[in-house]
Design a protein around this ligand. Structure first.
Ligand SMILES: [Mg+2]
Length: 270
Protein backbone atom coordinates (compact mmCIF):
# COMPACT_ATOMS: atom_id res chain seq x y z
CA UNK A 1 0.00 0.00 0.00
CA UNK A 2 2.67 2.42 1.12
CA UNK A 3 4.63 2.53 -2.13
CA UNK A 4 1.58 3.31 -4.27
CA UNK A 5 0.74 6.44 -2.29
CA UNK A 6 1.65 9.61 -4.11
CA UNK A 7 -0.86 12.27 -3.12
CA UNK A 8 -1.20 14.15 0.14
CA UNK A 9 -4.51 14.81 1.81
CA UNK A 10 -5.51 18.46 2.11
CA UNK A 11 -5.84 20.16 5.51
CA UNK A 12 -9.20 19.59 7.16
CA UNK A 13 -11.68 22.37 6.48
CA UNK A 14 -14.77 22.81 8.63
CA UNK A 15 -16.59 24.56 5.79
CA UNK A 16 -15.85 21.87 3.22
CA UNK A 17 -16.68 19.12 5.73
CA UNK A 18 -20.01 20.75 6.60
CA UNK A 19 -20.80 21.00 2.89
CA UNK A 20 -19.98 17.33 2.41
CA UNK A 21 -22.21 16.32 5.34
CA UNK A 22 -25.00 18.50 3.97
CA UNK A 23 -25.63 15.98 1.19
CA UNK A 24 -25.86 12.96 3.52
CA UNK A 25 -28.95 11.17 4.78
CA UNK A 26 -27.15 8.85 7.18
CA UNK A 27 -23.57 8.41 8.36
CA UNK A 28 -21.44 5.31 8.57
CA UNK A 29 -18.64 6.49 10.85
CA UNK A 30 -15.68 4.10 11.01
CA UNK A 31 -12.89 4.88 13.46
CA UNK A 32 -9.47 3.40 14.00
CA UNK A 33 -8.42 3.37 17.67
CA UNK A 34 -4.67 3.72 18.40
CA UNK A 35 -3.19 6.98 17.13
CA UNK A 36 -6.64 8.13 16.06
CA UNK A 37 -8.91 8.16 19.12
CA UNK A 38 -6.09 7.47 21.59
CA UNK A 39 -2.56 8.90 21.65
CA UNK A 40 0.36 6.50 21.43
CA UNK A 41 1.99 5.65 24.75
CA UNK A 42 4.86 3.29 25.50
CA UNK A 43 2.59 0.96 27.48
CA UNK A 44 -0.13 0.01 25.01
CA UNK A 45 -2.32 -1.25 27.86
CA UNK A 46 -2.57 2.37 28.98
CA UNK A 47 -3.61 3.82 25.60
CA UNK A 48 -6.83 5.52 26.62
CA UNK A 49 -8.75 7.94 24.38
CA UNK A 50 -8.01 11.68 24.31
CA UNK A 51 -10.10 13.14 27.10
CA UNK A 52 -12.59 14.87 24.81
CA UNK A 53 -13.26 11.82 22.64
CA UNK A 54 -15.62 9.74 24.77
CA UNK A 55 -18.29 12.41 25.40
CA UNK A 56 -18.43 13.10 21.67
CA UNK A 57 -18.64 9.41 20.80
CA UNK A 58 -21.45 8.99 23.36
CA UNK A 59 -23.36 11.80 21.64
CA UNK A 60 -22.85 10.11 18.26
CA UNK A 61 -23.87 6.72 19.63
CA UNK A 62 -27.11 8.23 20.87
CA UNK A 63 -27.87 9.72 17.44
CA UNK A 64 -29.98 7.49 15.22
CA UNK A 65 -28.69 8.71 11.83
CA UNK A 66 -25.13 7.63 12.69
CA UNK A 67 -23.75 4.09 12.79
CA UNK A 68 -20.51 4.09 14.76
CA UNK A 69 -17.98 1.32 14.15
CA UNK A 70 -14.46 0.92 15.57
CA UNK A 71 -11.98 -0.81 13.24
CA UNK A 72 -8.72 -1.76 14.93
CA UNK A 73 -5.68 -4.00 14.74
CA UNK A 74 -6.19 -4.80 18.42
CA UNK A 75 -8.09 -7.85 19.44
CA UNK A 76 -11.74 -7.20 20.29
CA UNK A 77 -11.21 -8.39 23.86
CA UNK A 78 -8.78 -5.47 24.45
CA UNK A 79 -11.38 -2.86 23.79
CA UNK A 80 -13.93 -2.81 26.64
CA UNK A 81 -11.22 -1.83 29.13
CA UNK A 82 -9.85 0.98 26.94
CA UNK A 83 -13.00 2.33 25.37
CA UNK A 84 -15.39 2.98 28.24
CA UNK A 85 -18.57 3.26 26.25
CA UNK A 86 -21.72 1.54 27.43
CA UNK A 87 -22.94 -0.02 25.28
CA UNK A 88 -19.79 -0.67 23.30
CA UNK A 89 -20.13 0.24 19.64
CA UNK A 90 -19.70 -2.38 16.95
CA UNK A 91 -16.01 -3.34 16.85
CA UNK A 92 -13.96 -5.08 14.18
CA UNK A 93 -10.68 -6.35 15.66
CA UNK A 94 -7.46 -7.95 14.39
CA UNK A 95 -7.67 -6.05 11.08
CA UNK A 96 -11.09 -7.46 10.27
CA UNK A 97 -10.70 -11.03 11.52
CA UNK A 98 -12.92 -10.50 14.56
CA UNK A 99 -16.29 -8.78 14.76
CA UNK A 100 -18.19 -7.80 17.87
CA UNK A 101 -21.76 -6.76 17.20
CA UNK A 102 -23.70 -4.19 19.22
CA UNK A 103 -25.42 -6.94 21.18
CA UNK A 104 -22.06 -8.35 22.29
CA UNK A 105 -22.01 -11.40 20.01
CA UNK A 106 -18.49 -11.93 18.69
CA UNK A 107 -17.54 -13.90 15.61
CA UNK A 108 -14.34 -14.86 13.83
CA UNK A 109 -13.41 -17.51 11.28
CA UNK A 110 -11.49 -20.65 12.23
CA UNK A 111 -7.73 -20.28 12.07
CA UNK A 112 -6.04 -22.82 9.74
CA UNK A 113 -3.59 -25.05 11.63
CA UNK A 114 -0.61 -24.02 9.46
CA UNK A 115 -1.14 -20.34 10.20
CA UNK A 116 -1.62 -21.04 13.89
CA UNK A 117 1.69 -22.92 14.04
CA UNK A 118 3.52 -20.11 12.21
CA UNK A 119 2.06 -17.50 14.58
CA UNK A 120 3.13 -19.58 17.56
CA UNK A 121 6.64 -19.75 16.14
CA UNK A 122 6.64 -16.00 15.47
CA UNK A 123 5.63 -15.31 19.05
CA UNK A 124 8.85 -17.01 20.15
CA UNK A 125 10.92 -14.08 18.82
CA UNK A 126 11.21 -12.98 22.43
CA UNK A 127 14.27 -15.25 22.26
CA UNK A 128 16.05 -12.26 20.65
CA UNK A 129 16.42 -10.46 24.01
CA UNK A 130 13.12 -8.70 23.51
CA UNK A 131 11.10 -8.13 26.68
CA UNK A 132 8.19 -10.60 26.46
CA UNK A 133 5.60 -7.83 26.81
CA UNK A 134 6.82 -6.43 23.48
CA UNK A 135 5.67 -9.51 21.60
CA UNK A 136 1.92 -9.61 21.37
CA UNK A 137 0.30 -12.86 20.28
CA UNK A 138 -3.17 -12.00 19.04
CA UNK A 139 -5.65 -14.52 17.64
CA UNK A 140 -4.77 -13.78 13.99
CA UNK A 141 -1.47 -11.91 14.20
CA UNK A 142 1.75 -11.50 16.11
CA UNK A 143 2.85 -7.90 16.67
CA UNK A 144 6.22 -6.72 17.95
CA UNK A 145 6.16 -3.24 19.49
CA UNK A 146 9.24 -0.97 19.50
CA UNK A 147 7.78 2.16 21.05
CA UNK A 148 9.59 3.28 24.20
CA UNK A 149 12.25 0.56 23.95
CA UNK A 150 15.95 1.33 24.19
CA UNK A 151 17.16 2.44 20.74
CA UNK A 152 20.19 0.15 20.75
CA UNK A 153 18.00 -2.82 21.56
CA UNK A 154 15.65 -1.90 18.70
CA UNK A 155 18.58 -1.51 16.30
CA UNK A 156 19.85 -4.95 17.24
CA UNK A 157 16.52 -6.77 17.35
CA UNK A 158 14.59 -5.22 14.48
CA UNK A 159 16.58 -6.87 11.64
CA UNK A 160 16.54 -10.23 13.45
CA UNK A 161 12.81 -10.13 14.04
CA UNK A 162 12.16 -8.96 10.49
CA UNK A 163 14.28 -11.73 9.00
CA UNK A 164 12.62 -14.31 11.23
CA UNK A 165 9.15 -13.06 10.24
CA UNK A 166 10.11 -13.01 6.55
CA UNK A 167 11.16 -16.65 6.69
CA UNK A 168 7.96 -17.62 8.51
CA UNK A 169 5.88 -15.57 6.08
CA UNK A 170 7.47 -17.24 3.05
CA UNK A 171 6.94 -20.71 4.51
CA UNK A 172 3.39 -20.25 5.78
CA UNK A 173 1.72 -17.68 3.55
CA UNK A 174 1.34 -15.21 6.39
CA UNK A 175 1.98 -11.54 5.57
CA UNK A 176 4.47 -9.13 7.06
CA UNK A 177 3.35 -5.53 7.69
CA UNK A 178 5.02 -2.50 9.20
CA UNK A 179 2.90 -0.28 11.38
CA UNK A 180 3.60 2.87 13.37
CA UNK A 181 5.82 1.61 16.18
CA UNK A 182 6.18 -2.01 15.19
CA UNK A 183 6.10 -4.99 12.88
CA UNK A 184 3.29 -7.49 12.49
CA UNK A 185 2.87 -10.93 10.99
CA UNK A 186 -0.72 -11.39 9.93
CA UNK A 187 -3.07 -13.89 8.39
CA UNK A 188 -3.71 -12.88 4.78
CA UNK A 189 -7.07 -12.19 3.18
CA UNK A 190 -8.54 -9.60 5.49
CA UNK A 191 -7.61 -5.96 6.09
CA UNK A 192 -9.30 -2.84 7.35
CA UNK A 193 -10.19 -2.37 3.66
CA UNK A 194 -12.25 -5.57 3.55
CA UNK A 195 -14.08 -4.34 6.66
CA UNK A 196 -14.95 -1.08 4.90
CA UNK A 197 -16.12 -2.94 1.79
CA UNK A 198 -18.40 -5.19 3.86
CA UNK A 199 -19.82 -2.30 5.87
CA UNK A 200 -20.47 -0.30 2.69
CA UNK A 201 -22.50 -3.21 1.38
CA UNK A 202 -24.62 -3.09 4.55
CA UNK A 203 -25.04 0.69 4.46
CA UNK A 204 -25.55 1.54 0.82
CA UNK A 205 -27.39 4.81 1.57
CA UNK A 206 -25.04 6.18 4.21
CA UNK A 207 -22.13 8.56 3.73
CA UNK A 208 -19.08 6.50 4.76
CA UNK A 209 -16.39 8.23 6.78
CA UNK A 210 -13.17 6.63 7.96
CA UNK A 211 -10.69 8.19 10.38
CA UNK A 212 -7.28 6.58 10.78
CA UNK A 213 -3.61 7.33 11.23
CA UNK A 214 -1.50 4.37 10.18
CA UNK A 215 -0.40 2.49 7.07
CA UNK A 216 -2.93 -0.23 7.92
CA UNK A 217 -5.65 2.39 7.48
CA UNK A 218 -4.64 3.03 3.88
CA UNK A 219 -6.50 -0.10 2.76
CA UNK A 220 -9.59 1.37 4.40
CA UNK A 221 -9.14 4.79 2.79
CA UNK A 222 -8.75 3.14 -0.61
CA UNK A 223 -11.84 0.97 -0.11
CA UNK A 224 -14.02 4.03 0.52
CA UNK A 225 -13.96 4.94 -3.15
CA UNK A 226 -14.95 8.37 -4.45
CA UNK A 227 -18.19 8.48 -2.49
CA UNK A 228 -16.55 8.14 0.91
CA UNK A 229 -14.52 10.44 3.07
CA UNK A 230 -11.15 9.37 4.43
CA UNK A 231 -9.53 11.50 7.11
CA UNK A 232 -5.91 11.05 8.11
CA UNK A 233 -5.52 11.77 11.84
CA UNK A 234 -1.89 12.54 12.49
CA UNK A 235 0.51 15.10 13.94
CA UNK A 236 2.18 15.44 10.54
CA UNK A 237 0.77 14.97 7.09
CA UNK A 238 2.09 12.21 4.82
CA UNK A 239 1.17 10.68 1.49
CA UNK A 240 -2.20 8.97 1.88
CA UNK A 241 -5.34 7.94 0.04
CA UNK A 242 -7.32 10.00 2.58
CA UNK A 243 -9.09 13.15 1.39
CA UNK A 244 -8.35 15.29 4.45
CA UNK A 245 -5.71 15.49 7.13
CA UNK A 246 -6.29 16.72 10.67
CA UNK A 247 -4.18 17.01 13.82
CA UNK A 248 -5.43 15.36 16.99
CA UNK A 249 -6.80 16.09 19.42
CA UNK A 250 -8.17 19.61 18.79
CA UNK A 251 -9.09 19.15 15.14
CA UNK A 252 -10.40 15.68 15.90
CA UNK A 253 -12.77 17.29 18.41
CA UNK A 254 -13.80 19.85 15.75
CA UNK A 255 -14.55 17.06 13.32
CA UNK A 256 -16.55 15.01 15.83
CA UNK A 257 -18.41 18.15 16.95
CA UNK A 258 -19.49 18.78 13.36
CA UNK A 259 -20.76 15.21 13.16
CA UNK A 260 -22.73 15.64 16.40
CA UNK A 261 -24.11 18.93 15.08
CA UNK A 262 -25.13 17.26 11.83
CA UNK A 263 -26.86 14.41 13.71
CA UNK A 264 -28.81 16.84 15.88
CA UNK A 265 -29.87 18.77 12.76
CA UNK A 266 -31.07 15.55 11.10
CA UNK A 267 -33.02 14.47 14.17
CA UNK A 268 -34.77 17.85 14.39
CA UNK A 269 -35.66 17.66 10.64
CA UNK A 270 -37.04 14.17 11.16
MG1 LIG B 1 -4.02 3.52 14.37
Amino acid sequence: MESSLTSQPVPFSQTAFRECLGRAERLLLMLDYDGTLAPFVADRDQAFPYEGVLPRLRALQAASPCRLVVVTGRTVSDMPRLLSLDPLPEIWGCHGWERRLLDGRTSSPALPAGWRAALDQAAAVSDFDLPPDRVERKPFTVAVHWRGLDENLVRRCEPLVRQNFEVLAAASGLELHDFDGGLELRCPGRTKGTVVTELLAEEADALPLYLGDDLTDEDAFAALGDGGVGILVRGQVRASAARWWLRPPEQLYECLDLLVEWCHGREIDA
